[in-house]
Design a binder for this molecule. Structure first.
Ligand code: PEP
Ligand code: MG
Length: 270
C-alpha cells in the first residue's frame, strides 16, 4: 500500500510482488489545483514503469470523509463518513473522474496497471463506472491514443457490498477488502475517534464472517479476492486468511517481509 511516487523506493527495497493499493488521492491532496490529465499520467506512468510489469493496482480518487481538499469546494457535512466521498463524487462530477480514467488508461501502456474503485455500495454504481470507462475508451480510440485492457476491480468496504458480493462479482475482475472502512461501517464506530479505539475491533466475528463471505462469493463468480486494509498486515491472522482462501494481501512496505515470512511458515494443508 502506498500513496506517493516517492514511496516506490521502499516498495522495491522490500521486494514487493506488486502494488495492491496505490492511493491516488495523494496526487490531489498534494496539489493546489485539480491535477491535470498530463500531471496524473506522468505519475501513473512512473509507477507502472518502476514496477516493470508487476501488478500495480491504482485506486481512483477517494476523498471526502477524513480527506478534505480546499479546491474541491466540498460543503460542510454533519456526517462526512456517510457523506459525499470517493466514487460518489466521481459519479456526481464525471469530468473529474474522466480526467483520471484517461490518465490511467494512457499510463496502462507502460506496465501492468489495474483500476480499482473505492466505496462501492450498489451494483448500479459499478455499471455506471463501467459505462463512463467505455466512453473514455471510445474517446481515446477516436483520438488514436493507445491503451491496454486493464483489469478492473472494486473495494469491498461497505457492509452492503459484502452482502451483494455475489452480484458485484459478476461485474468485475477482483475484489480488495478495505477492512479499515468495513470495520467502521459494520461496527458503527468512527475510525477517526481515538476514544473508541478499544471498541474498534477488526477481529470482530462479524468482520471475519464477512471476509469469508466475500472470498466465497468472489471465487464462485470468477473474481480473485484480496485485502488492502490494515488487517491484511496482522500476522496473527495470516494463517486464517490463507485458510479462508485469500489470493492476495496488500500491506505497507515495512510489513511485506514479516507477512511473507508468516505465509512461508504456514503449512498449506493448514
Ligand atoms: C480501507 O478502508 O480499508 C482502505 C484500505 O482504504 P482507506 O484506509 O484509504 O480508507
Ligand atoms: Mg477505505
Amino acid at each position: 500500500n502506498i500513496g506517493e511516487v516517492k514511496d516506490l523506493g521502499a516498495v522495491l527495497q522490500n521486494d514487493a510482488a506488486g502494488i495492491g493499493l496505490f492511493r491516488s488521492e495523494f496526487l490531489y491532496l498534494q496539489s493546489d489545483h485539480f491535477p491535470t490529465e498530463d500531471e496524473q499520467f506522468q505519475s501513473y506512468k512512473t509507477v507502472a514503469e518502476v514496477m516493470a510489469g508487476k501488478k500495480v493496482i491504482i485506486r481512483t480518487l477517494d476523498i471526502g470523509a477524513d480527506k478534505q481538499i480546499d479546491y474541491f469546494g466540498l460543503e460542510h457535512e454533519d456526517n462526512p463518513a456517510l457523506g459525499y466521498r470517493a466514487v460518489r463524487i466521481c459519479l456526481d462530477q464525471p469530468d473529474i473522474f474522466k480526467t483520471q480514467l484517461r490518465a490511467l488508461l494512457r499510463a496502462s501502456m507502460f506496465g501492468n496497471i489495474s483500476i480499482m474503485i473505492p466505496m462501492i455500495a450498489s451494483v448500479w454504481e459499478v455499471r455506471k463506472v463501467k459505462e463512463i470507462m467505455e466512453e473514455v475508451k471510445a474517446e481515446l480510440t477516436s483520438e488514436g491514443i493507445p491503451f491496454k485492457n486493464v483489469e478492473f476491480g472494486i473495494m469491498i468496504e461497505t457492509p452492503a457490498a459484502v452482502m451483494i458480493s455475489d452480484l458485484l462479482a459478476e461485474e468485475v475482475d477482483f475484489f480488495s477488502i478495505g477492512t479499515n472502512d468495513l470495520t467502521q461501517y459494520t461496527l458503527a464506530i468512527d475510525r477517526q475517534n481515538p476514544k473508541l479505539d478499544s471498541f474498534y475491533d477488526s477481529h470482530h466475528e462479524a468482520i471475519l464472517r464477512m471476509l469469508q463471505m466475500v472470498v466465497d462469493n468472489g471465487h464462485k463468480h470468477g473474481c480473485w479476492v484480496g485485502i488492502c486494509g490494515e488487517l491484511g498486515a496482522d500476522t496473527t491472522l495470516t494463517s486464517t486468511f490463507l485458510k479462508m482462501g485469500f489470493d492476495e494481501l496488500s500491506v505497507s512496505p515495512a510489513m511485506i517481509l514479516r507477512v511473507r515470512e508468516e505465509i512461508r511458515n504456514t503449512k498449506v494443508e493448514e
